[in-house]
Write a protein that binds this ligand. Structure first.
Ligand SMILES: Cc1ncc(COP(=O)(O)O)c(C=O)c1O
Length: 362
């Protein structure tokens, strides 16, 4: 039996190809958390007739792109900064703030800690508890905040737990942070997949608080991780100025500039994605809830964390079982606070989800 000593990021298809001899085109990635509908049909149609745009530099201010992001998010286009994926903006923001002490939830996306460490800071984890369904205990969390902390980084909904913090609780966090001079980064990479976006997203809070920056991307919801288009929303003009000062010019290429303007207006695709993910989210949660070998945690985003309760199973066994059928899930044993008793997978098309459920529940 081949054992995977390496752990795979959701996008490591090349590694899988090499180790397991499966062509990457044949792998169904349940680990990359990308919209199963693929790219926006409207964008596919219109972008091809705009290919000549690469023969000129993009607008250095990205005015049209920021306008379409402003419309899509119902926010002021002047509060929008575009970036080369959310990753560039996480990096720029942390570089500028260079926090000595940052708090992140545990478990969460690993990039935050990497950036804080690269900039000479220390990351403290506030553990989310399995017995609380990995939901944040807001009163306990805020009671731990004081002026020695420089930054809080919240992934909302959180990867890999798929739990989310309601906007009302976020307001409370921001109030306590304001008193203690703490800056809050909210990574909303997955927020468009939640059923009640207005109750979760912090975008509208950017008008009232100057200690928040919200990050969004197009990699997951708009299924375009190769485009590298992300954006930040903040009402803090000084911060915006500082980010723009440090960012390389033309960080977003002309194709991504135009693609963004088209995809944010593809309402049919946006609605189709929401209904598909919402239906599959409920269906897969119900399905796994009925099998006493598994404990699924109620997902708010387009992926689900599952605890393996069966003593004879672990994340490596299930990863192997799935990859042999060309289905790639995320073995969560490398996430701090999780173990080899946790896996994560995203919701794909119904027939693919059925295949995965049959494979894992064998
Ligand atoms: C929570 C979270 N934030 C950011 C990213 C990276 O996003 P982007 O492709 O927009 O740089 C990922 C990718 O997996 C993620 O899970």
């Amino acid at each position: 039996m081949i054992t995977h000593k390496d752990h795979f990021h959701g996008s490591d298809l090349e590694k899988i190809e090499k180790i397991y001899g499966i062509k990457k085109e044949d792998i169904i990635s349940f680990s990359a958390n990308v919209n199963p509908l693929g790219i926006s049909p409207l964008m596919r149609e219109r972008l091809t007739s705009n290919l000549d745009c690469i023969s000129t530099y993009p607008d250095r201010e990205y005015t049209a792109l920021r306008d379409s992001i402003g419309n899509y998010n119902n926010c002021d286009a002047n509060d929008v900064i575009v970036g080369n994926g959310t990753t560039e903006l996480i990096s720029l923001f942390i570089e500028i703030m260079h926090p000595k002490k940052a708090i992140v939830l545990g478990p969460t996306y690993s990039e935050y800690e990497r950036e804080v460490t690269l900039n000479g800071g220390t990351t403290l984890y506030y553990p989310l508890k399995a017995e609380n369904d990995f939901e944040l205990d807001i009163n306990h969390f805020t009671s731990k905040l004081d002026a020695s902390i420089d930054m809080i980084i919240l992934c909302n909904p959180n990867n890999p737990t798929s739990s989310s913090i309601p906007k009302s609780d976020m307001r409370h966090i921001l109030d306590v942070c304001k008193e203690n001079d703490i800056y809050v980064l909210v990574d909303e990479t997955y927020v468009e997949f939640v059923d009640n976006i207005n109750a979760i997203s912090s975008v509208s809070l950017c008008t009232y608080y100057n200690n928040i920056i919200v990050l969004r991307g197009t990699s997951k919801f708009f299924a375009s991780p190769g485009l590298r288009l992300g954006y930040a929303i903040t009402g803090n003009k000084d911060l915006k100025k500082e980010i723009l000062k440090r960012q390389d010019p033309w960080s977003i290429n002309s194709l991504a500039d135009i693609a963004g303007q088209i995809m944010f207006s593809d309402e049919k695709y946006i609605n189709d994605t929401r209904s598909l993910v919402s239906a599959e989210k409920n269906r897969m949660y119900e399905l796994f809830s009925k099998d006493d070998r598994f404990r699924p945690y109620k997902p708010s985003a387009n992926f689900m964390l599952i605890e393996i309760l069966d003593n004879d199973l672990d994340s490596e066994i299930l990863f192997e079982q799935a990859i042999r059928e060309n289905l790639m899930i995320r073995d969560c044993s490398t996430f701090p606070f999780l173990s080899n008793k946790f896996i994560r997978f995203c919701f794909m098309n119904p027939e693919d989800n059925d295949r995965l459920a049959q494979c894992l529940m064998r």
